[in-house]
Design a protein around this ligand. Structure first.
Ligand code: FA5
Length: 343
């Protein structure tokens, strides 16, 4: 038996030396130490051995068993280390590299000021209305007290369709739609794109954005108008902004005003945006003309109201320090990314 066991020890040693992974080790363990393995076979032979040799033979088998187990354990540790290093090499990543850049996108600066204004006015009980970009002359001019012969039409030349429709020049059209569909008291705002046949410069574009506002109730006066304009500008700029109200002519209001703010780009010193005067016109406003109330089926002897129309692009320029209106509509993503975290 001794010789046979030495042969088993030799074959185990050789097999162990060429085993190169932990899977192979498991197979060796089964072959030599398993229930049906080589050493268990020797254990079964013990019963046929003379009694005086049994103890020594049993001890020998057990010693070999322990030795195999120990060698298997040591080899397993070695192989585990090698396998781990192999895995590290194959799955290596450089954690010092910049992560892949993903651009989440951001809102356009005009959308940012529009959404902010909507929240401000909604908190004061105003309803947000939408209106069509393509309008009839009735909604864009006539119902707003600008008949066909009126010289004010020249100030808002636009693009006409062959069937007489036109691209709206002002969001004031939303006033008329609002009055037709709602009963007083009315508090509405209407933001959106407007279009004009216009020569462009740092503060003028041929497609821009306005936000219209209108409040109709009994006993509405200029002081209501001033209160709402002050509240709105205070909320949007989150600071005290110098404001001036000067008389302005719009056929759909009487009296009418233009509201300027001190140019925030040059701090009132004069620049290309404010045309060197230090003030920039932000909105037109006034008390709704009785003819306009009538066009909206509202009795001017009972109700009065104010209305305003504000340029959102100019407001965004003042808020975010943008010195030219044209990049706002240019689609340059690098320019837009500047506002990725603005709110
Ligand atoms: C109007 O469009 C009137 N509908 C405003 C109004 C409404 C007055 C209700 C009274 C009552 P105006 O043409 O001034 O007015 O335009 C209003 C604002 O739009 C201007 O103050 C300015 O901020 C902006 N705006 C006008 N033209 C341009 C342009 N070409 N490019 C960019 N912004 C402009």
């Amino acid at each position: 038996m001794k010789e046979k066991l030495e042969l088993v020890e030799n074959s185990f040693r050789q097999a162990l030396a060429v085993t190169s992974d932990t899977k192979g080790l498991e197979a060796l363990k089964v072959k030599y130490l398993g229930k049906k393995g080589e050493l268990s076979g020797f254990m079964r032979l013990l019963k046929d051995i003379p009694n005086d040799q049994k103890a020594a033979a049993g001890q020998m088998i057990n010693r070999i068993k322990k030795s195999f187990q120990g060698q298997l354990d040591d080899r397993r540790e070695e192989l585990k280390k090698v396998e781990f290093e192999k895995q590290m090499d194959s799955e290596w990543i450089d954690i010092t590299l910049d992560p892949l850049q993903t651009h989440a996108g951001s809102l356009h600066p005009v959308s940012l000021v529009q959404q902010r204004l909507e929240r401000i006015f909604e908190s004061m009980g105003f309803q947000v209305l939408d209106g069509p970009h393509i309008e009839t002359e009735h909604y864009n001019f006539e119902a707003l007290n600008v008949p066909a012969h009126h010289p004010a039409r020249d100030m808002q030349d636009t693009f006409y369709f062959e069937d007489g429709h036109l691209l709206r020049t002002q969001t004031s059209t939303i006033q008329i739609h609002g009055m037709e569909n709602l009963e007083p008291p009315i508090r509405i705002i209407g933001p959106g794109k407007v279009f004009r046949c216009e020569r462009t410069d740092a503060s003028h574009d041929s497609c821009f954005h306005q936000l219209e506002g209108m409040m109709i109730d009994k006993d509405i006066s200029v002081s209501h108008l001033i209160h709402f304009m002050r509240t709105m500008l205070g909320e949007i700029f989150e600071s005290d902004v110098k404001v001036r109200l000067r008389p302005g002519y719009f056929p759909f209001v009487e009296p009418g005003f233009e509201l300027d703010i001190s140019c925030l780009l040059c701090k009132g010193k004069g620049c290309s945006v404010c045309k060197k005067v230090g003030w920039i016109e932000l909105l037109g406003c006034g008390m709704v003309h009785p003819n306009v109330l009538r066009a909206g089926n509202i009795d001017p002897s009972i109700y009065s109201g104010f209305a305003f129309g504000m340029g959102l692009d100019r407001l965004a320029m003042m808020k975010y320090g943008i010195t030219d209106i044209r990049p706002l509509h240019g689609g340059n993503l690098n320019f837009m990314r500047r506002f990725a975290t603005s709110s």
